[in-house]
Each structure stands twice: as C-alpha cells, then as structure tokens.
Design a protein around this ligand. Structure first.
Ligand code: FES
Length: 56
C-alpha cells in the first residue's frame, strides 16, 4: 500500500528501511524522500516506522 503518493513510497519500502537501520522519519526521508512534497503522508509514515520498530 502506498503511504506517500507524491514520491511513490510504499509501507513495505518504509519497513525495509527500518529493518536496514533507519529509526526515525529523518532517516527514512533521506533514503526514500518520503514526505518531501505535500507532507500529507508524514503522519502515516511515522506510524509505519513506529510500528516496525516495536515489532523488531
Ligand atoms: Fe508524501 Fe505528498 S504524499 S509528500
């Protein structure tokens, strides 16, 4: 499922970034550019990061 429509980023990609060491929105943004356009996805992206960190 797409989290960020502007940058075509899926929750799967965000999860993978966290598995590969990202631990904040800033880290994920550097890797995937998520949330760098309209910003509407930031809340959802943060949620995916948080859930993935808890599951780890
Ligand atoms: Fe992510 Fe617009 S949906 S920046």
């Amino acid at each position: 499922m797409y989290v960020c429509i502007c940058k075509n980023v899926t929750c799967h990609q965000i999860r993978n970034a966290v598995y590969n060491g990202a631990s904040s929105l800033k880290d994920v943004r550097q890797e995937l550019c998520v949330g760098t356009q309209c910003g509407k996805c930031v809340k959802d992206a943060k949620q995916v990061i948080k859930e993935t960190l808890v599951d780890n």
